[in-house]
Design a protein. Structure first.
Length: 294
């Protein structure tokens, strides 16, 4: 018998229904994350304090206009990458490689109806897939605009926690990705979770706090206090290391749909290459400092 727990806020995932058109909180979260991330990135490249010494001055990696153009590329990368990542990491790849079967009919459903692969409105997005989509979008954009890839990547990395925060809040509103059974006083009963009527960790809020708020302020502090962006790739390294640590930790409280072993999940597995990439960018940043602007 569980003690009294916090009530789960019964918020309709659909904000407005206009005939066949449904405006969902999930979609609004992505829009808010992209727009606020764009606004913040534009502020970073135009803030003179970030690009002056002492004793040198550095040139921002892009103009505000180029950041605005990049927004479209990143939006496409997030949506396509996030959806394809979900299909591969938590559908086809996870089920076939780790279990040798079709989990809940996911891979078979995609084969029978390939349009379901891009049906992001039905739910199911992977951060790691979205990250790869954003990386590809930034690479292509920098080649087209002839910009410094790592320096612009630092700006994008600094703004990414904003989108992560809103995405996890949307997960909470949808009542998905709930946590493990808990008797904590802040535990909640999530509708749709099995077994039913059992309080669980609100792990979505844990992720919003760590991957979103905490990581955002850590990166902002490091940029303004220590000017880590003066070494291209260092903000990316901090972001990858911080996100990987936060995600690995929260997976212990999350009732993961992708357990590989008793406690080890796909989310934790995907944190390992993020740490490896972070180690590479730490090494590169400290061996290839940026040249001051003349």
């Amino acid at each position: 018998m569980y003690e009294a727990v916090l009530p789960f806020p019964d918020i309709d995932p659909v904000l407005i229904q206009l005939g066949p058109l449904a405006i969902r909180w999930y979609a609004l979260a992505y829009i808010a994350g992209l727009l606020l991330g764009w606004w913040y990135a534009a502020r970073l490249v135009s803030d003179r304090f970030l690009w002056k010494g002492p004793p040198f001055h550095y040139r921002p990696p892009a103009t505000k206009e180029q950041i605005s153009d990049l927004l479209v590329w990143i939006a496409v990368g997030v949506i396509l990458g996030g959806r394809l990542g979900f299909v591969l990491f938590y559908g086809t790849f996870y089920c076939s490689i780790w279990h040798g079967v079709a989990c809940d009919g996911l891979p078979q459903a995609y084969l029978e109806n390939p349009l379901k692969i891009i049906a992001a409105w039905e739910g199911g997005m992977s951060f790691h897939g979205g990250l790869l989509g954003v990386v590809l979008a930034i690479v292509l954009f920098c080649r087209r605009q002839k910009l410094n890839l790592l320096a612009l990547g630092d700006i994008a990395a600094a703004a990414t926690p904003i989108g992560l925060f809103f995405g996890r809040i949307a997960n909470f509103i949808n009542g998905e990705l709930w946590g493990k059974v808990s008797d904590a006083p802040w535990a909640m009963v999530f509708p749709g979770a099995l077994p039913p009527d059992v309080p669980r960790h609100p792990s979505q809020l844990y992720e919003a706090a760590l991957e979103g708020l905490l990581l955002f302020f850590v990166l902002r502090f490091a940029m303004y206090r220590w000017k880590i962006h003066h070494r291209p790739g260092l903000v990316v390294a901090w972001f990858l290391a911080g996100y990987g640590l936060a995600r690995f930790f929260v997976e212990f409280f999350r009732d993961s749909e992708s357990k590989l072993y008793d406690w080890f999940s796909m989310g934790q597995l995907l944190s390992l290459p993020m740490w490896a990439a972070a180690a590479f960018f730490f090494w590169y940043a400290y061996t290839h400092p940026a040249k001051p602007a003349s």
